[in-house]
Design a protein around this ligand. Structure first.
Ligand code: NAP
Length: 302
């Protein structure tokens, strides 16, 4: 059997088109568009490339986008004042602070200063709490887990009553996706197990999974014999395992591998996400959706 590929690159295009259409309609009816500000401190090349991609995507879907670049030696007080300014700015619906921040700044203090109703990353403790309560309380699910759930739903995989096993318990992927899949409601209603490095028999848990979500950061951790035939396998892992010369640009690029032995697993699974091109493209896409949702909450459309 060869699994159906769940391609994040394709789902991203569908969702971005849907967002663009909705932004147009809201603009026509209400005269406003979602506003997203990205605050970048310093000149870390990886951060610059993430922020550039976020801004480019926001522009593509018709948002108002601001890239606010600050010097690496901005004081914590000045950064907090900047966040306060955007918290009070009516034209801004989403505030992102690109991490990591320089060592003299307390990241937690900065992230917690963002108005929870503009925290489109979904990491503010208020939004973590809302996610835990579930249902109508939820405003902004964190973007990677939100993308994972969306992929499962759009692939047409039944989640109600499914055995979901999540490998990894991080605050950005493992714990939130487990929490989301166990909630009452569409795209959820699953029976969820979280496994980690202290789990006694990782293989035995994985073998029970109708939906196996792997976010460990260990290349090829999940062996093909751990996969239940026909299961849906979501590989969140992005591991750099070497370098190659890109055919397109002639430049050196990283060779990326997931946490699942893809070539063997695709012969057993019913659905599988590739790496790259699977979960990766979904994160920024869901950031755009959260920013649109933020404006819709404000306008009373949700
Ligand atoms: P993390 O914070 O390092 O957490 C990894 C989790 O996996 C931990 O809970 C750890 O268990 C568990 N784990 C590690 N090795 C294991 C093993 N051998 N057996 C069982 N459990 C094991 O990582 P993360 O931030 O969640 O990210 C996980 C992976 O997803 C990384 O490759 C990351 O690059 C990728 N990622 C991709 C996206 C995206 O595509 N957009 C977004 C976020 C993350 P303990 O808690 O016991 O240590």
């Amino acid at each position: 059997m060869t699994a159906t590929l769940i391609k994040g690159t394709e789902i991203r295009e569908q969702i971005l088109e849907e967002i663009t259409e909705e932004v147009k309609q809201i603009k026509e009816k209400h005269g406003v568009v979602p506003g997203l500000v990205t605050i970048l401190v310093g000149e870390n090349p990886a951060s610059i490339s993430y922020v550039t991609l976020k801004i480019k995507t926001a522009h593509r879907v018709g948002f108002k986008e601001i890239q606010d670049s600050q010097s690496v030696d901005i004081s914590e007080a000045d950064l907090l004042a900047l966040i306060d300014k955007y918290n009070k700015d009516d034209s801004i619906n989403g505030i992102l602070v690109q991490l990591p921040l320089p060592k003299h700044i307390d990241e937690k203090k900065v992230l917690n200063a963002i108005d929870p109703d503009k925290d489109v990353d979904g990491f503010h403790p208020v939004n973590v709490g809302r996610l835990m309560i579930g249902g109508k309380e939820v405003k902004f699910p964190p973007c990677t887990p939100f993308g994972i759930q969306e992929m499962i739903v759009r692939a047409g995989v039944e989640t109600s009553g499914a055995e979901v096993v999540v490998v990894g318990r991080s605050n950005i992927v493992g714990k939130p996706i487990a929490n989301m899949m166990v909630q009452k409601g569409p795209g959820a209603n699953a029976t969820v197990t979280i496994v980690h490095t202290r789990t006694k028999d990782l293989a035995a848990h994985c073998k029970r999974a109708d939906i196996l979500i792997v976010a460990a950061g260990v290349p090829d951790l999940v062996k093909p014999e751990w996969i239940k035939p026909g299961a849906c396998v979501i590989d969140v892992g992005v591991n750099r395992v070497g370098e190659k010369v890109s055919e397109k640009t002639g430049k050196k690029v990283a060779i990326l591998k997931g946490d699942v032995d893809f070539d063997a697993a695709k012969e057993i699974a019913g659905y599988i996400t590739p790496v790259p091109g699977g979960v990766g493209p979904m994160t920024i896409t869901m950031l755009m959706l959260n920013t649109l949702k933020s404006l819709k909450f404000k306008l009373g459309l949700m």
